[in-house]
Design a protein around this ligand. Structure first.
Ligand code: GLU
Length: 307
């Protein structure tokens, strides 16, 4: 079912969720992952993370593909759609259940509120359903949780260096399939990064906290572990991440050159003045040749004022 990995070749990816149009924040992840792949003569793949059907905005997928094309991104292979991958997610979920690495959980939000301490990432699940669902629990809703190990997960991010998270303490057993039947991002991303043979993940700093859970799942599933590079995210004057939710401006194809130029500045790449480039292709050429992760800003987030 799964592709075998060719670890000798760099394979990167960009994995937008089509809950809206791409904005400058998403362009940073696209640009950095693209440059890192191309600077390593690698492949760059595109995956549409359309797992959560109600959140998929009509027209968003074609708009994303179109705007990426206008900005000069060229992806290898066919686009992978997570909505087409449900059988793979279900098969792995069943395997984890069978191996007793995962279990059904019937805790409602109310029960979670009563039983769980609140940590930095929300409720810390204390394992109420770990030994089985209590007979007195009337709920028919069942999510699936994976048993989290108590050994801290350590890894080295290419920019932020040594990272460590004790999943059991910080989050507890985490959901891999929601009670409404939607597979969780953590599970789908791990299965698809493996399926697509991804060796290097470059994405926003806001996802750094998810990495330990993904490494943990990779270990459970015996998948090789990719390298990780998290890049600073763009925030507005109030410190909020630019996002579809807070109505960050959609990227416009006609502004592609300026947008990529701005992204390079934001990513600390110090491009020469704009008049040195007669077209977008030249800017890309320059950016690939000069891609340098040592000049990426080290802070997790940076102010972005839209022009
Ligand atoms: N789909 C996620 C997003 O749009 C990115 C996931 C990832 O890069 O791991 O934020």
């Amino acid at each position: 079912m799964l592709n075998s990995l060719k670890l000798n070749t760099y394979r990167g990816r960009f994995a937008p969720s089509p809950s809206g149009s791409l904005h400058f924040g998403s362009l940073l992840a696209a640009t950095a992952s693209y440059l890192d792949a191309k600077a390593h003569q690698g492949d760059w793949l595109l995956r549409i993370e359309d797992l959560d059907a109600p959140r998929v905005q009509k027209g968003a997928i074609s708009a994303i593909l179109n705007v990426l094309e206008c900005h000069g991104f060229k992806w290898n292979e066919e686009v992978l759609y997570q909505s087409q991958r449900l059988t793979a997610y279900q098969t792995i979920t069943e395997q984890l259940l069978k191996r007793n690495k995962a279990y059904f959980c019937a805790c409602s939000r109310k029960i979670l509120q009563q039983n769980s301490p609140v940590g930095h990432y929300g409720f810390i699940y204390t394992g109420t359903c770990r030994q089985g669902i209590h007979a007195s629990n009337p709920s028919h809703l069942r999510s699936v949780r994976v048993l989290s190990g108590s050994t801290p997960i350590t890894f080295k991010d290419r920019l932020y260096g040594a990272c460590k998270q004790n999943i059991a303490q910080a989050i507890g057993d985490f959901v891999i399939k929601r009670s409404d039947g939607v597979f969780a991002y953590q599970l789908a991303v791990v299965i698809d990064d493996y399926y697509q043979g991804i060796t290097d993940i470059v994405r926003g700093y806001d996802l750094l906290d998810n990495t330990a859970r993904q490494l943990y799942l990779q270990k459970l599933l015996n998948f090789p572990q990719p390298h990780y590079l998290h890049i600073p995210i763009a925030v507005d004057a109030q410190g909020n991440k630019l996002s579809k939710r807070n109505l960050a401006k959609a990227l416009i194809g006609q502004h592609a050159f300026d947008n990529i130029y701005q992204a390079l500045i934001f990513l600390g790449q110090n491009p020469p003045p704009q008049h040195n480039f007669s077209q977008l292709d030249d800017l890309w050429q320059w950016a690939i040749m000069h891609w340098n992760i040592n000049t990426l800003p080290q802070q997790g987030s940076l102010l972005y004022e839209s022009p």
